[in-house]
Design a protein around this ligand. Sequence first.
Ligand code: LFR
Length: 502
Amino acid sequence: KKEVHVLAFDLGASSGRAMVGTLDKSAQEAPVLRLTEVHRFPNEPVQAGAHLYWDILRLLHELKQGFRKASEGRTIESFGIDTWGVDYGLLGEDGELLGNPYHYRDARTDHTVEKVHAIIGKNELFQATGLQPLTFNTLMQLHAAVEQNSVALREAKELLFIPDLLLYLLTGVKQSEYTIASTSQLLKAGTQEWDKELLAKLGIPSDILPPVVMSGQTVGELTEAICEELKLPPIRAVAVPEHDTGAAVVSVPVDTDEEVAYLISGTWSLFGTELAQPLLDPRVLPLGFSNEGGMGGTARTLKNIMGLWLIQECKRSWDQAGENHSFADLVVLADKAPAFRSFINPDDLLFLPPGGMPERIQEYCRRTGQAVPESIGEITRTIYESLALQYRLVLDRLEHLGGIRYPRLHMMGGGIQNKLLCQMTASAIGREVWAGPVEASSLGNVAAQLIALGEVKDIREARSLIKRSYPVDTYAPQDQEAWEAAYKRFLDATGQTLIPEE
Ligand code: LFR
């Protein structure tokens, strides 16, 4: 066959899409990859009573629409699903879903980290799991459920992370793909084994955790009932890197052994590198890096930075107030606003929950004795500049840890459509940004399927294919002196240093 089509579902915290990946083998020189978006849908969390949930059945419905549209006029060989990390659904004895999955920004874990640390010391927990103690990690969510005597958890026979839950609803297969499992903080650092002793100490049952599988292999196919409903032939399901960030890292457009610094820009900004082994050095914990698992068993050593969530939430507030601006308009307004007036620490926990974001940004500036941004352009500019400067700080920390200097930064994911932020980042870090690909997660998802189908040999070959098919845009640093001065003021205003005091 000259063309092979696979279907990648990529679900982020604000929207999802169904992308057909086509390997075109007809080209003279070497095969190329094409992506076609066949379906896009919002992923809006729902507040019900005291809690924030995902609308999981609506997402299943949207995936079905994706199958329908993808199959119009072409044969789909396989499909795979990647989503955001840490969230999960629980299944009862009869295999039915016990309630709606919670959203990781739900407030029930607000005080869980301290409670967990009272049982297992901070360093011990980091050494055991390799992850930062983020409030929303599955470990924290499950400990909160234990403490709150959750009926669903008591009754649960199985836990499936979101992409595996959707895969189960489509195929009946119960598994836990490694990259998504690695975001949970339930695995022993750098292994594919659940840390049963650790979980026991926290009262978390480990018999509900399914077998861990590595990505890049076929694991099942659409159920007969779904094929009948959608009038489709059986389509095989592939375990792809089911964590969106894990999938994105597969598409770093570099096909040599060089160590790269990447920044996956979406609702979150994930800043890090890929290593053969997790970094568990005691110096790592205060610097904020987690070691998640990559396709093929590598370590994705990275830090969560609050990212475009800040602007998404501001936009939501402004829209509700009747001040409608597209994301592109916001960039224009920010560009016109005065430079370097006030800064926030994007990672302040003040900014984690939804709601009232413009006011919280103003409150932060007031509290830290800075000029309070008033207009939409000023607030937006404060966010972008602060993100770019936070990237600089995290890059400095990563280089400090590794004792190396990265020649450039690879920015990937939907957020790189914001050219102003790419430019600010290049200026803030004082070196080139190579931006691309935009659809990093979908491409990683597609690549894993092509590997499973035997069309692409391995990750290295997949990266060459992606690099060839999606040339990057480069940004050179500008206004170096102004940005250096701004960086010092940013550190002061946000009370941050290269090596934070414990
Ligand atoms: C990005 C992401 C991050 C994870 C966060 C919450 O979409 O998957 O990697 O930390 O969402 O799940």
